[in-house]
Design a protein around this ligand. Structure first.
Ligand code: SAM
Length: 217
């Protein structure tokens, strides 16, 4: 009963911000910029597993000419991100409550300019590498959806996941650049936008690893 009531409440809150999220993402496959009211030639950045949305919000603020779409599978988590964007009246940030597994149903080949993967689950305790969002099969999907020269910006606290991902990027035929195993003391720190999880790990003294993988021309 309590769960049902909570769910009802989530829908009511989501409905109040209806213009900031897309309930049926497949409907906009191939026409996201238009659906978001953005110019047809503007860049489209996609964040996978955005959590509470701090990174997506700041990225959209800093890049007003970019259409930012943040995707998260947990409704109760993405809700606060949607409400923040709505309160601020942002015009270039939108949300999908959806699973990365179904990404090909939501975007057409070449539709996306950049993908962000921030602090995805390392799946190391259960030793399930195929579930990592940087596993080669996921990378094939991202490669298809990215335009030529499009890129993936990847950050993690987890050393094993990071080294694994470097290998997977190579297997997928992606170029790799701007690699650092200590982002906060690297030349790329100045332009870095911290996520919620990143802030938490940094407070614990964990070094943040980061790299960019890019699709060849
Ligand atoms: C560890 S949290 C990181 C959140 C945020 N990116 C950050 O750095 O603060 C990972 C997030 O990814 C979401 N997630 C995991 N697998 C997903 C999937 N297959 N599709 C969509 N979201 C997913 C989880 O629900 C969770 O909110």
């Amino acid at each position: 009963m309590t769960r049902l009531r909570r769910k009802k409440n989530i829908y009511a809150r989501l409905s109040a911000c209806a213009s900031y999220w897309f309930e049926v993402p497949v409907a906009n496959r191939g026409c996201w910029r238009q659906a978001c009211g953005m110019p047809p030639d503007c860049p489209l950045y996609l964040e996978l597993g955005c959590g509470k949305g701090r990174f997506a919000i700041e990225t959209a603020r800093k890049n007003p000419g970019v259409c930012v779409i943040a995707l998260e599978k947990e409704q109760s988590v993405i809700l606060s991100a949607i409400e923040s964007a709505c309160e601020e009246g942002m015009t270039n940030l939108f949300f999908l409550c959806a699973d990365v597994l179904l990404l090909r149903n939501y975007f057409t080949p070449g539709e996306v300019d950049r993908i962000y993967i921030n602090f995805c689950d390392p799946w190391s305790r259960k030793n399930k590498p195929k579930r990592r969002l940087t596993y080669r099969e996921y990378l094939e999907t991202y490669k298809t959806l990215l335009r030529p020269c499009g890129d993936i910006h990847f950050k993690t606290d987890d050393s094993r996941l990071f080294e694994f991902s470097m290998g997977e990027f190579e297997v997928a035929g992606l170029g790799i650049r701007k690699i650092t195993r200590d982002l906060h003391n690297s030349p790329w720190n100045a332009e870095n936008i911290r996520t919620e999880f990143e802030e938490k790990f940094a407070e614990q003294g964990v070094l943040i690893k980061r790299a960019e993988a890019f699709k060849p021309d």
